[in-house]
Design a protein around this ligand. Structure first.
Ligand SMILES: Cc1cc2nc3c(=O)[nH]c(=O)nc-3n(C[C@H](O)[C@H](O)[C@H](O)COP(=O)(O)OP(=O)(O)OC[C@H]3O[C@@H](n4cnc5c(N)ncnc54)[C@H](O)[C@@H]3O)c2cc1C
Length: 401
């Protein structure tokens, strides 16, 4: 490992979600000097900024949970266990897939601790705002933070921003959504407190309440199944995803409209539960957001695009650096997810080239920015897989120095 004396870091990672954290840990464990930059005041990505409170992709489908992700992700799970979270596989009664249930405050603290313990420098409240590059390399990024704008140089960079914000400012061509520009639906999971825990949640009563509400309520739900719900570990709160919306484009105007609608709907939906569903008489809304859940945005050009066929056949390759094991969960139609299983042995290889930018030698992708066609994307975007692609991207970035 040789860093040019004039470079500030070996590896700069943009974004502190599962992909970015995996990348920072992967690079640091490979001996690199690493900076991770995150625009919010906490790490975790969608798990902490959009209430996505289950890690999917850690295990293969099937009657028994077979682990598909380890490495950096295990450091995170160990830290979560130390904070009292049970990270054992939990079988979702709705989808029958294996997940790990999360509590957002534990995730924030665990990620702070694990990055500090592994020597990663972290800047919160800081956004990667610009990049300078030559024909085939990024040379530096401009960070916009509380102390204004600063320029940071590094030998390699990882885009773990989910929305490909580093790739965008570095001039990498990006596809928006699928070939027709259609984006997967956005959703707004919420947390609810005050439920009578002695009564089981009555899905039939929720469905009946919404059948009435949808006829003349202000925010009819696209779901007719009562939504997806679980219990937030160690809190007694209910986690509930009932509000899904198609997203027409990536404009700030569309996001503003969606954020306002989701917030308004959350209040309406909780009031409906209070009125109509036994056990919810004293229920209250604990939290929406901080932001709405974005399933899909930009896809930066990669050297290889993983395909739905790769996953459907469980294709295994010698150049594989991570495993995709979560079924392809497509949300093209709001509120009506469609699942396609992974074939073969229940997992498919993600090759290194899917984590490498086309045309830039020192830019790597982590998490949902990696190269994937629309069907494969519906699998690889989940957080367990994002840790794995992040870990591999971080290691590759460290080796590229
Ligand atoms: C409603 C919904 C439900 C889902 N359900 C599940 C589920 O149950 N389980 C599961 O595993 N997955 C689920 N997913 C998918 C999963 O949450 C995401 O695909 C996953 O979080 C991707 O991880 P990531 O690290 O690539 O991106 P993200 O989690 O989006 O993290 C990106 C990070 O980069 C930061 N960032 C962005 N731009 C910049 C910038 N310019 N500078 C600095 N920082 C920046 C962001 O603030 C964020 O922290 C769901 C997604 C949604 C929307």
């Amino acid at each position: 490992m040789t860093r040019k004396p004039e470079s500030d870091y070996d590896v700069v990672v943009a974004g502190g979600g599962a992909g970015g954290v995996g990348a920072a840990l992967g690079a640091a464990c490979a001996g690199a000097k690493v900076l991770l930059v995150e625009k919010y005041g906490f790490l975790g990505g969608a798990a902490t900024n959009a209430q996505v409170l289950a890690y999917c992709g850690f295990f293969q489908q099937g009657p028994n949970p077979i682990k598909a992700v380890g490495g950096a992700a295990d450091l995170v799970l160990d830290e979560l266990r130390r904070l009292g979270l049970n990270c054992d596989p939990y079988r979702s009664p709705t989808t029958m897939n294996w997940i790990i249930l999360l509590e957002p405050e534990a995730v924030k603290l665990a990620l702070d601790r694990v990055l500090e313990a592994n020597g990663v420098d972290v800047l919160l409240h800081t956004r990667v705002a610009a990049a300078t590059r030559t024909a085939d390399r990024i040379e530096s990024v401009t960070l916009a933070g509380m102390d204004g704008r600063t320029r940071v140089t590094a030998e390699a960079f990882v885009d773990g921003t989910g929305d490909a914000n580093l790739s965008l400012v570095a001039g990498v061509p990006c596809r928006i959504g699928n070939a027709e520009g259609q984006l997967q639906a956005i959703s707004s999971p919420i947390r609810i407190g005050g439920r009578d825990m002695s009564k089981p949640i009555d899905r039939a009563a929720i469905k009946a309440a919404f059948a009435k509400y949808n006829a003349d309520g202000r925010w009819p739900s696209a779901r007719d199944d009562g939504g997806i719900y679980t219990e937030v570990p160690n809190t007694g709160e209910m986690w509930w995803m009932m509000f899904d919306h198609p997203l027409p484009d990536l404009s700030s105007a569309s996001f503003t409209k969606a954020e306002r609608a989701a917030r308004d709907a959350a209040h309406d939906y909780v009031a409906l539960l209070r009125k109509e569903v036994p056990g919810f008489e004293n229920a209250y809304l604990v939290q929406t957001g901080p932001q709405i859940g974005i399933r899909e945005s930009r896809h930066p050009a990669a050297r290889y695009e993983l395909t739905g066929a790769d996953l459907a056949t469980g294709r295994q390759r010698d150049d594989g650096v991570a495993k995709a094991a979560w079924p392809m969960e497509d949300h093209s139609v709001a509120g009506k997810p469609k699942y396609t299983s992974i074939g073969g042995d229940g997992w498919a290889s993600i090759p290194l080239d899917a984590l490498r930018a086309k045309g830039l030698d020192n830019l790597f992708y982590a998490g949902r920015t990696i190269g994937a066609d629309p069907l494969a994307y519906a699998s690889i975007r989940v957080m367990g897989t994002a840790f794995a692609t992040g870990d591999a991207a971080g290691q590759a970035a460290a080796q590229a120095v």
